[in-house]
Design a protein around this ligand. Sequence first.
Ligand code: EPU
Length: 328
Amino acid sequence: MRLGGAARYVIEIEEDKDLADAYRFAREKNLPTYVLGGGSNVIGRDGGFNGVILVNKLRGIYVIDSDKDTIRLCAKSGELLDDFVRYSVSLWNGEFAGWCGIEALAKIPGTVGAAPVQNVGAYGQDISQTLHSVCVYDQKDNLFKHMMANELDLGYRHSIFNTGDGVGRYFITSVTVNLHKNWMKPPFYTSLQAYFDEHDITEFNPQVIYDGVAAVRAGKLPDPAEFASAGSFFKNVYLDEKEAKEAEAKGIPVWEGGKVPSGWLIEHAGLKGEEFFGMRVSDKAALVLINESAKSYADLAKARHAIIDAVRDKYGLTLEQEPMELGE
Ligand code: EPU
């Protein structure tokens, strides 16, 4: 979002073995740590971060195992997620013809290590569907550990890494996924299907899905290199059965699993394209906020307040912020 104050210390982590020293440094100074990947989903508060930022520079992508049904692909956590996704899709042309599982995660900004933290997902896939395991440095026990996907409590934008005692405890060093041969089939996620229909695309493979998602994203989501944004600024809302009935009676769309698209709520509260305190609600995707001229985190906080209040006044539902926050 290009807001917020400075960090007290920044350490670049280039190899796993740097971690013990980095955490020891923070402990000696009695300061908290924060692991930063690409930074595309983190908002800094105005008071800055009186702690140690660990910038993840761990690199490498490897095929580590395969049989006739799956291939296990591992990436060090500082690799860009999109590079990992493109690598997985490139296997399609090679010896391992037909592997898939993360191709719909095309063009998501940020690093591989961020993917399990909030169970990154888009266009019908999320990382929980293919995640095999992660390697972490656990700063509580000062040990490297291998954790299986089912130990991570993965849910919608949720894991042990962004909840409760798990926040700040682990540095994810690598992520391993199981790719498989069950290619996604139509009907696809609504906007992806609309793109394929419009372009008369009827034959699908991982590369076609990757290219389709990339095109849909380019049409809707601002490139963070050009526009200050954190992708979706709010989460979608999930309702239980009773709440879902009440919402439907008010004309609110409720999707499978009780999902209410928050973009619909923001648009129908009349906020799409509007500006609040220098923050613009994108006119292409109402869930996205773009920093056009906000000078501080305080401006963003006022904008967030205005949007949450307007949606609550009209629909009685409370939006929750999606990106993480850092600092005082
Ligand atoms: N909608 C509107 N108006 C809008 C935007 C959306 O009415 O301006 C309604 C429409 O009914 C639309 C539905 O919301 O069909 C869903 O919209 P869209 O497909 O644009 O997805 P989203 O719910 O806004 C989520 C993720 C995105 C991900 C897309 C595609 C969250 C918080 N966001 O957005 O992830 O790319 O689905 O799967 O779940 C991100 O997390 O930063 C992110 C971009």
